[in-house]
Write a protein that binds this ligand. Sequence first.
Ligand SMILES: Cc1cc2nc3c(=O)[nH]c(=O)nc-3n(C[C@H](O)[C@H](O)[C@H](O)COP(=O)(O)OP(=O)(O)OC[C@H]3O[C@@H](n4cnc5c(N)ncnc54)[C@H](O)[C@@H]3O)c2cc1C
Length: 472
Amino acid sequence: MHVIVVGSGIAGLSAALTAAQTGAQVTVVERASEGEHGGNTRYTEAYLRMKSMDEVADDFIDHFMANAGGYTDPGIEQEMVRDHADWSPLARSQSMVDPDLLGAFADHAGSTLRWLEQAGLRFDFLPTAFITTTTTRLLPIGGGLAMVETLTQACKACGVTFRFETTARALLTRDNRVTGLATSNGDVSGDAVILACGGFEGNPEMLARYVGAPAINLRPVARGGHYNKGEGIRMALDIGAAPNGDFGSYHAEPIDPRSGLAEPAIFTFPYGVLVNKQGQRFTDEAPGTVDAHYENVTRRIYEQRDGIAWLIVDARIDDVPNWQKGSRTDQPPIKADSIEALAEKLDLPADALCETMARYNAACVEGAFKPLEKDGLATQGLTPPKSHWARPVDCAPFLAWPIISANVFTFGGLKVDRHARVIDQDGRAIPGLYAAGETMGIYYRTYTGSTSVLRGAVFGRQAALHASGRTQ
Ligand SMILES: Cc1cc2nc3c(=O)[nH]c(=O)nc-3n(C[C@H](O)[C@H](O)[C@H](O)COP(=O)(O)OP(=O)(O)OC[C@H]3O[C@@H](n4cnc5c(N)ncnc54)[C@H](O)[C@@H]3O)c2cc1C
């Protein structure tokens, strides 16, 4: 049995190590050089939506189901309460999060983390960048980099062959079966191909085609995303795979565009005011806890002219304990002693900004400010409102940070089943073909946060177990 794995992030390395542990011969094909490999995984802290090492967070299933697709067809959904074997081809190939796949995801999360533990990783409930939270998050000690380095070593110790600086370009097929891979360094034959080569966040052409022309204002949240150019998705679609996931969308994160750090996130906007290039507010900065709402606020920023906004706070920001943990940029805030002076420094229309701030300040009311929990301290009579932590911003000095939307990863990918087999447009598993991690699509509308690394580990492992004949 020869298993070919494309990509060496969490999905590819989980697949490669699992396949090698079953005794298979394994080749990993990776675009980047050694030491630069690991895609997005290399740069993430890898929050995991777990409530313990063995169980997913309490809201895991509910959040996915609330974002399981578009306006899905109830007739097709009804089929999905039956045994998976009884689903029609339409149901099997339907673009949505199917309950069978989601159940497998939740069921295997704990055992996959225990397996990663055996491979040498350690996990703990470490502090996160979120000042207010709704759900529970476990972290690997050392983050995604530790995952990449530990699993790469473990793979090598099991005899996995790595072909770095080798790009997968197309699938080889015979009689509807995948038999190998065409790469930039020649063809590789195998019994199974596991596509774990990320989404298309590093491909401007696919971004413009699927996400739309304003995607010019998006950039990958870290260097690793630039390597993910969508070939895995395209080559499978080319041989008839069904699409899954929200092709027009992506996981959005608010970052300081001036910073070249990985993930220079600004999560402090709930304590200030967001304004666009016209000097106007455009969204509720604080609909709830920041972990649950930062993505939707970031989407509103992306919709503004040139996809940019500014966060403005005043000296009272220091009432938020340790607010700096939510401000991960290495660039200093722009400072001024008046709103007029700040407008000039930000190149915003001063009259409009002064009017915006005056209207906002006038809408703030007396009440208890509780920065570490939702305090309900909301504006009154203001559109759009600010629902929590609304205090006047009128106490110099004023500080401002520019914010754009980063593209953490794209949502559009391949339809897979609970074994990570790629499903074709007629609901059949394509023999010899699997997809895991970002290459499989499972997200719609709002990302179920802290589940993408987990998805890579779980379905990378499931793909390899099935390819090696270890699943019933
Ligand atoms: C800064 C940052 C913070 C994040 N925070 C979190 C978080 O806290 N929790 C969470 O769950 N998720 C988080 N994410 C998202 C998550 O890290 C990724 O979605 C996940 O790690 C992707 O894993 P993957 O294996 O699917 O892809 P990747 O890790 O991106 O690996 C893909 C690999 O495929 C290679 N490749 C691409 N195309 C080809 C090709 N044609 N041929 C050969 N090789 C190819 C790439 O070089 C890369 O090595 C974050 C991401 C970033 C960047």
